[in-house]
Design a protein around this ligand. Structure first.
Ligand code: NAD
Ligand code: IPM
Ligand code: MN
Length: 333
């Protein structure tokens, strides 16, 4: 059966990198159906809400969701924002495990960010008597399922798991640490260590190669994955997969809508194309095709760098290089 992919281009450079992804998906030896839906700021313009019901229903019915980016400066200070649609979509699909890999030079790191709990999802986001509240909240079950994911992923790699928290300050972090410590005996082949979140930022900025797998709370994972990207090749390279236990995953770059470069055709599509590779691996059972796409993107980064990497290639030039390489004899057809 054809793989059903729902595409949500979103805002800013989102549609630019999504167009690149569609060209690449079309160049792959893969049976698929692509459906595009409005999302984010584009959806607020079209319907008044960032995640319209038709978009949500299409995502629920899909095999995988491929997402560009959301967010536009014009919504700053407005009550309805594009980002709310993304948070809600993650919650509705219950994609609690956000995999953010970094593979550059001697760095081979995987950040496993909890995505549907913590500070983003607590009984929160309100104002009262002039004060504002965001509550960090976790149940033991929510922590257990993400930390288990971290242990299992570490098992398939270098077997080192760093659980990142602020157990010196936060009660949710103390629970997180208790749960992680309690699970460790079930994974005797994996070495667990606890690292405080501020120290984790320092260590990542200094030398990201010292980590194998990091598992952490939603907000910490958001911040640390940008630090990891900054310490390696930048946001133009960083891909992600958001996975639940079943149902469709969301595959999206770590970067945002980049309003500072949007509309100029110079966004680096590598992060998005690597997210397509994650879709192939985790959302379609096409591991070999994923490896091939990652290899070809790696080559294009060398031969056809975009301005964020010091080159002068456009998004289209980079995509051309990838599509051409996929069509070469020797590439899997
Ligand atoms: P950003 O990630 O959009 O951009 C940060 C910097 O990185 C900018 O200088 C930008 O030009 C650069 N950059 C990002 N992606 C790039 C690419 N592919 N190629 C070349 N350069 C790239 O972060 P921001 O500017 O702080 O946020 C802009 C908007 O994006 C905000 O509304 C924010 O909420 C939203 N956002 C959305 C997502 C998402 O949809 N998943 C992620 C992060 C931020
Ligand atoms: C990310 C983004 C999102 C987040 C925003 C846009 C809601 O920064 O995916 O990293 O904070 O999770
Ligand atoms: Mn982020």
């Amino acid at each position: 059966m054809a793989l059903k992919i729902v595409c949500l281009p979103g805002d800013g450079i989102g549609p630019e990198v999504t167009a690149a992804a569609v060209r690449v998906v079309e160049a792959l030896p893969l049976e698929f159906e692509l459906e595009e839906h409005v999302f984010g700021g584009a959806a607020i313009h079209a319907t008044g809400e960032p995640l319209p019901q038709t978009t949500l229903e299409a995502c629920v019915a899909a095999d995988a969701v491929l997402l560009g980016a959301v967010g536009l400066p014009e919504f700053d200070g407005k009550p309805v924002r594009p980002e709310q649609g993304l948070i809600r979509l993650r919650g509705e699909l219950d994609v609690y495990a956000n995999l953010r890999p970094t593979q550059e030079a001697d760095v081979d790191l995987l950040i496993v960010r909890e995505l549907v709990g913590g500070l983003y999802f607590g009984a929160s986001g309100r104002r009262s008597d002039g004060s504002a509240y965001d509550t960090c909240e976790y149940s033991p079950a929510q922590i257990e399922r993400i930390v288990r994911r971290g242990f299992e992923l570490a098992r398939g790699r270098r077997r080192q798991l760093a659980s990142v928290d602020k157990a010196n300050v936060m009660e949710t972090s103390r629970l997180w640490r208790e749960v992680a410590t309690g699970l460790a005996p079930e994974y005797p082949d994996v070495e667990l260590r606890h690292v405080l979140a501020d120290t984790a930022g320092l260590l990542l900025a200094q030398d990201p190669s010292q980590f194998d797998v990091i598992v952490t709370e939603n907000t910490f994972g958001d911040l640390l994955s940008d630090v990891a990207a900054g310490a390696t090749g930048g946001l133009g390279l960083a891909a992600s997969a958001s996975l639940g236990d079943d149902g469709p995953g969301i595959f999206e770059p770590v970067h945002g809508s980049a309003p500072d470069i949007a509309g100029r055709g110079i966004a680096n599509p590598a992060a998005m194309l690597r997210s397509v590779a994650l879709l192939l691996r985790h959302g379609a059972g096409e591991a070999e095709l994923a490896d091939e796409l990652e290899r070809v993107v790696g080559e294009a980064l060398e031969s056809t760098p975009t301005p964020d990497l010091g080159g002068s290639a456009t998004t289209a030039d980079f995509t051309d290089a990838v599509v051409r390489a996929l069509a070469q004899p020797g590439a899997r057809r």
